[in-house]
Design a protein around this ligand. Structure first.
Ligand code: HEC
Length: 138
């Protein structure tokens, strides 16, 4: 892990703490990046999708909004290295599968969650435990 990635991991850890993901501490005071703010709404949007699937409804389509991952400024600019775009592509492809295929929605949703986590393992491990809660267990 490069030093800059360590910094991002640390910031992610702090934001996870701030969110009560890890323990009920008050919010940390670092300024939130565009990417961090987008991610926070993405978490809520993923919960909305999850709820729709559990209720056997068609999930709302957030793909256009999520494409902002490509351009949103991260806390640490070094996050946007040569691997970041492939991770984003993989995430959006998992969403394509979810919206194109009415069958296997639970499995396809879990693949989306898996691709959130794949990117987080690389860049931002702090929120992983929280993201894992999105998985739908049969
Ligand atoms: C392509 C990589 C990538 C994907 C895919 C991704 N994330 Fe993130 N996520 C990040 C990075 C990088 C950050 C740190 C943002 C920053 O600090 O600027 C982050 C931050 C977060 C945060 C913390 C935000 C805060 O409060 O600071 C949450 C929560 C989060 N992501 C949830 C998700 C969820 C849920 C998904 C899938 C629906 C997802 N992420 C998909 C890279 C990704």
């Amino acid at each position: 892990m490069r030093a800059s990635h360590f910094l991002t991991a640390l910031l992610c850890y702090l934001s996870a703490v701030g969110y009560g993901f890890i323990s009920p501490q008050p919010l940390t005071t670092h300024e939130d990046s565009e990417l961090a703010l987008l991610m926070r709404t993405m978490y809520n949007d993923a919960e909305t999708i999850r709820k729709a699937i559990l209720e056997k409804r068609l999930p709302e389509d957030f793909r256009e909004k999520f494409k902002a991952i490509y351009t949103a400024q991260p806390t640490d600019p070094e996050v946007k290295d040569e691997n970041f775009t492939p991770f984003t592509n993989g995430f959006l492809q998992a969403l394509d599968l979810l919206y194109q295929n009415g069958d296997d929605q639970i499995e396809n949703f879990n693949t989306v969650v898996h691709s959130c986590i794949a990117c987080h393992q690389q860049y931002c491990p702090g929120p992983i435990n929280k993201i894992k809660k999105l998985y739908i267990h049969n």
